[in-house]
Design a protein around this ligand. Structure first.
Ligand code: FES
Ligand SMILES: [Fe+2]
Length: 446
């Protein structure tokens, strides 16, 4: 390679460009003891659709750890280290018992807390049961998903209660899809609203709605647990604002999948409640609920039968299409997976449209470094009986173009909407919707 640094920015500079740029270890590595791995271990994460659990134990990896997930005959779900504490046989060969799981090799039995209930081959006075625990993690089963907490047990935060996890009239259908790449690539996609006019609309045809083809006007807002942003466009005489949530470290919610921006509406809610969960450094699950309800999909375009294991009912989220089709019409999955197993940030060239990616990386880095200094992250939790408010969804107002700068008008309108969302965030859902409508209705031009 040339010693001259300028030589990398000339024509035919392939030879001079650095190869194999290092990856961002601080954010990409997720195993035990790594900076981001420790940070991620301070939050609850969904790990598996409950419907995948059978009467047999299931081996899986999460955060670089080999684990076994099972439901015992009493109904308790256990998440334990894969290798038996006796001599290391995998507990995926184990037999579920009334309480816990029994290893096939010498029949030691472990419960979901990691207690050793039996060591049948040992002498009657053996103290092994009393002095040893098997590695285990706490789990919560909630609306078709198993969630787990992987951090120090004395730091376990309350299970998160977000408003969309208990939304009136909403059916939550679980889905889970694997991507063979680092978690950050998948998570960053939802902080990158500028890909929608290109990848999803202009490059190879309309994958969602024609109106997505217009370059959005994006405005980011920080909140205590992360961000939300407004993604604003003109749609004829309407201004259409999509709100996106991104709570740290790996949670996001977007707007309605089938919204076109044609009808005035207030405070539509999100179609996806979604986590990006690292399996290990180079494999990731998206684990989520599709939110199905009459209000946000009045024409009934959602396809419930397509939502589930390795499948969801909207474009380009998995590898199930032939490569020729994905190559000529790539989707989100192709965008994040094709960045490689772990994308090197040093080979990127971030521009003005990448503010969301920068914000997310900076916030994650701050959380990771704070934890190294002993400052624990705040988990999204209201702290009482109420739910944490989220913002994902759409509001559409009739505000035709005026004589002035239309982009300034759109930005100003989106800020008024964001203000209303923030101001009324602590109200219960129906009151919140009514208050937002009262506040925003006067902005509509007759
Ligand atoms: S290896 Fe599991 S009981 Fe011996
Ligand atoms: Fe996308």
């Amino acid at each position: 390679m040339s010693d001259n640094p300028r030589a990398v920015n000339v024509i035919y500079s392939g030879y001079n460009k650095p190869k194999d740029r290092p990856v961002d270890d601080e954010l990409s590595r997720v195993g035990p003891g790594t900076p981001a791995g420790e940070y991620l271990r301070r939050f609850w994460h969904p790990i598996m659709m409950t419907s995948r659990l059978t009467d047999k134990p299931m081996a899986l990896r999460i955060l670089g750890e080999d684990l076994v997930l099972y439901r015992d005959l009493s109904g308790d779900i256990g998440l334990v280290h894969k290798h038996c504490s006796h001599r290391g046989m995998s507990l995926e060969y184990g037999i579920v018992a009334t309480h816990g799981i029994r290893c096939a090799y010498h029949a030691w039995c472990f419960n979901h807390e990691g207690r050793i209930l039996e060591t049948p081959g040992e002498a009657p006075g053996s103290q092994i049961k009393e002095r040893l625990f098997h590695g285990a993690y706490p789990v919560v089963e909630y609306k078709g998903l198993v969630f787990a907490y992987f951090g120090p047990i004395e730091r376990k935060p309350p299970f998160p209660k977000l408003d969309m996890m208990d939304h009136p009239g909403n059916e939550m259908v679980p889905w889970q899809i694997h991507s063979p790449c680092n978690w950050l690539q998948v998570s960053e996609n939802s902080m990158d609203p500028y890909h929608t006019p290109f990848l999803h609309t202009r490059m190879s045809g309309v994958q969602f709605e024609v109106a997505w083809g217009e370059l959005p006007i994006v405005d980011y807002h920080e909140r205590e647990f992360g961000f939300f942003y407004t993604n604003a466009r003109r749609s004829g005489d309407n201004i259409w604002i999509r709100m996106h949530d991104h709570l740290l470290p790996n949670f996001s919610q977007n707007g309605g999948l089938y919204e076109k921006g044609e009808e005035v509406r207030y405070f539509g809610r999100t179609s996806l409640t979604r986590w990006v969960v690292p399996i290990d450094d180079t494999n990731t699950y998206v684990i989520a609920w599709r939110n199905l309800n009459q209000m946000d999909d009045p024409q009934g375009r959602s396809r419930r039968d397509q939502i589930g294991w390795e499948s969801v009912d909207f474009y380009g989220q998995n590898a199930d299409r032939p490569f020729s089709q994905r190559q000529s019409n790539p989707g989100d999955w192709d965008a994040w997976v094709s960045q490689g197993p772990i994308n090197s940030h040093q080979r990127e060239t971030l521009g003005g449209t990448d503010q969301g990616v920068r914000l997310l990386r900076n916030a994650l880095r701050k959380g990771v470094r704070n934890l190294q200094q002993g400052i624990e992250p705040m988990a999204p939790q209201a702290g009482d009986e109420s739910f944490v408010s989220t913002f994902g969804g759409d509001t559409i107002l009739r505000v035709p173009k005026g004589a002035g700068d239309d982009r300034a008008l759109i930005l100003e309108t989106s800020r008024k909407i964001a203000d209303a969302y923030i101001r009324f965030q602590h109200l219960p859902d129906a009151e919140r919707r009514a208050a937002i409508e009262r506040e925003l209705a006067p902005l509509n031009v007759a």
